[in-house]
Design a protein around this ligand. Structure first.
Ligand code: MTE
Length: 349
């Protein structure tokens, strides 16, 4: 399959606006490599057209887009920027370090999987403009004492916000180094007081076909998006309930106002724009395991087990386009290896 060379947003950024991280990036080289590796990066979209990028640059002056302000990096709801001004940037927890440089935000915020909008990664940042992320509530239900509907502003204050640099790895074999702001999900779970019957935690994304064109157009998918973890996984200290990225509240395209980040699992477990958290006795199915036999419940990163259609031994690092080796559990074995048997394929797909 030939991949057209799509002009990337970072091709248009004047040198004067380039952040220090960008000194590590040879953009032309990166774009070339991304273009060349497009076939291997496109497995989610086999047989679908890439679509054309809109002519308008997403990078406009703050305040010109109604309820969204755009920093140079896409759509961040001005409402949360103001409301959470004292919470951001969160103090970095230096225990979590990454190999290599951080991925430039212009790259990470312009290359998204958010199927509710489109399957074309470069277009998500444009289509999220009308997505309303305030007010926002999250319903907590199931085998838990403190059931109820929580305002996301209360939710963010139920744990101690911190920044963590995590290596993020998509099942499509691309990766990035990202500074997320959030707190361990375990801090929330401890406060909600689940019963001993609660063995799984299920998350659900908002269903708003009028704001999310992909929910209308891609009727083959079982909307809204849903994911789940075992209770042990949810309580693991790596599991981050995430409200921010790159030192500010989440961009809409990255899952505002609240998402999960689970660095030892493939990106598709990292559910965005959560409106429901349920505590369950039995293991629920997940969006991708219902949509396709190629994606399972566990989705732990393991270079030994290939996806049915491509290798998982290496990955393309989004900042530079380098092909780098994939690490077991994405390099987070010291935190999670005790939860699994690394030789059991069933634990990966
Ligand atoms: N969450 C929702 N609600 N919808 C999605 O389509 N895509 C997943 C995950 N969470 C997805 C989602 C996939 S496949 C990936 S790789 C990551 O989000 C991408 O996150 P990012 O766009 O912040 O890089």
């Amino acid at each position: 399959m030939a991949c057209p060379r799509i002009k990337k947003p970072w091709d248009r950024i004047p040198e004067s606006e380039v952040t220090p991280e960008s000194v590590y990036i040879n953009r032309r080289e990166f774009a070339k490599k991304l273009g060349l590796t497009g076939v291997s990066l496109a497995p989610f979209f086999m047989g679908r057209s890439q679509g054309a990028e809109t002519a308008r640059s997403p990078f406009v002056a703050p305040g010109t887009l109604g309820s969204s302000c755009t920093g140079p990096y896409g759509h961040v709801a001005e409402f949360w920027v103001k409301k959470w001004a004292e919470l951001f940037p969160a103090v970095r927890n230096t225990r979590f370090q990454v190999k290599r440089t951080l991925t430039d935000e212009r790259i990470f915020a312009g290359y998204n999987n958010f199927y509710e909008f489109t399957v074309t990664k470069q277009r998500v940042k444009d289509l999220v403009e009308g997505f309303e992320v305030n007010p926002w509530e999250v319903k907590i239900s199931g085998e838990v004492k403190k059931k109820g509907t929580y305002d996301v502003d209360d939710l963010i204050r139920m744990g101690k916000l911190e920044e963590r640099l995590y290596h993020f790895r998509c099942v499509e074999a691309w990766s990035a180094n990202v500074p997320w702001s959030g707190y361990p999900l375990s801090q929330l779970i401890d406060k909600l007081n689940p019963s001993s019957q609660a063995k799984y935690v299920r998350f659900v994304t908002v269903y708003r076909p009028n704001q999310m064109p992909g929910q209308k157009r891609q009727r083959q998918y079982p909307w809204p998006y849903y994911e789940a973890l075992t209770m042990e996984e949810a309580m693991n200290e790596l599991a981050l309930l995430t409200f921010g990225v790159y030192g500010h509240p989440l961009n809409k395209q990255n899952g505002a106002p609240v998402r999960m980040v689970l660095p030892w699992k493939f990106g598709f477990k990292n559910i965005k724009s959560i409106v429901k958290i349920e505590f369950l006795k039995r293991r629920p199915s997940t969006f991708w395991s219902d949509a396709s036999h190629e994606y399972g419940f566990w989705a732990n990163i393991n270079p030994k087990f290939d996806h049915p259609r491509w290798s998982q031994a290496t990955e393309t690092f989004l900042n530079t386009g380098e092909r780098i080796p994939t690490r077991l559990y994405n390099g987070y074995g010291e935190y999670v290896a005790h939860l699994y048997d690394e030789n059991e394929r069933q634990f990966f797909y």
